[in-house]
Design a binder for this molecule. Structure first.
Ligand code: SAM
Length: 283
């Protein structure tokens, strides 16, 4: 097989690689912030790659976008205002806007080119961008949160690239302190927290940073995501108030369609593996 027919993301630190068979390269450009590539694959639809890392495919993005949004939105008692930091492909925004309680959803991505390319190559993810509740900003999410007024948002979803380049500061205690300052009383942050198999140390540091920033309650959720290294991904919810019970009845009666998320998946995603409990010193 000709190796040029494959896109491969190599993760040297983990000694792993993931490949997709490519039909053709659709686009590439160096934006002000990162190197963006779009491919048409044989079996996963279109593929977005940023700085050599797989971001989104047509076929499997629902795992990630649904788990980055619905668990947090069904944990907060009444989410009205949601900010998405990053998320330029607009898939998380589409899921957030499925919740009737949401009055205002702001997507803050540093790189407008990601959204402009998503509009062309992932139009289904952008189908809610015209919703009157949707607001698309193109600035640094770190600055946006730092400059925000106290009590201005119920949920902050950090849907960023890996903690390198422009996203590095999104994994810091200083950023979480700024989040805590602008969240409402029952406010929460949910952030993609990489793979528990490959990045356990990072998850531990992230959870410590969230705790030190004043978030007393942490929940790491697990879900499949075959496009990302190890195929097994996580997100961590950091809450000001105790979120031990999510709105199970509302989740069971959700008034919209999903592909992966449902009330049983929500419960199952909260189960903590033994090695994870041990590493995080959880009871
Ligand atoms: N699901 C993806 C993953 O984990 O691989 C993330 C997808 S989304 C396309 C990531 C977005 O984060 C990119 O569009 C990038 O521009 C944005 N981003 C990175 N750093 C940022 C920052 N400091 N502020 C706002 N957006 C940022």
């Amino acid at each position: 097989m000709n190796p040029t027919e494959w896109f491969t993301e190599q993760v040297s630190a983990a000694g792993t690689a993931f490949s997709l068979k490519i039909k053709k390269k659709l686009h590439e450009e160096q934006s002000e912030f990162q190197f963006l590539e779009m491919y048409e694959t044989e079996t996963f639809g279109n593929l977005m790659v940023i700085d050599g890392c797989t971001m989104v495919s047509t076929r499997d993005n629902f795992f990630y976008h649904e788990m980055m949004s619905h668990p947090a939105l069904y944990t907060h008692p009444n989410p009205k205002t949601v900010w998405i930091i990053g998320g330029g492909d607009c898939g998380t925004l589409r899921e957030v806007l499925k919740h009737p309680s949401v009055e205002h959803a702001v997507q803050i991505d540093i790189d407008e080119r990601v959204t402009r390319l998503a509009e062309v190559y992932f139009p289904e993810l952008c189908e809610s961008n015209g919703d009157p509740r949707a607001d698309l900003k193109f600035i640094d999410g770190i600055k946006w949160v730092k400059d925000a007024a106290p009590n201005s948002v119920d949920i902050i979803i950090v849907d960023s690239t890996d903690p390198v380049g422009p996203a590095e500061g999104l994994f810091s205690a200083a950023f979480y302190r700024d989040c805590a300052a602008c969240l409402t009383e029952n406010g929460m942050v949910i952030q993609q927290s990489e793979s528990a198999l490959l990045h356990l140390k990072l998850i531990g540091e992230m959870r410590d940073a969230m705790s030190s920033a004043g978030f007393g309650h942490l929940q790491t959720l697990f879900f499949p995501q075959c496009l990302y290294p190890s195929g097994w991904w996580s997100a961590t919810i950091a809450s000001k108030a105790d979120p031990s019970k999510f709105r199970e009845q509302d989740s069971a009666n959700k008034p919209f369609e999903t592909v992966y998320y449902n009330v049983d998946i929500h419960k199952a995603s909260l189960a903590q593996p033994e090695f994870f409990k041990k590493a995080m010193a959880l009871k």
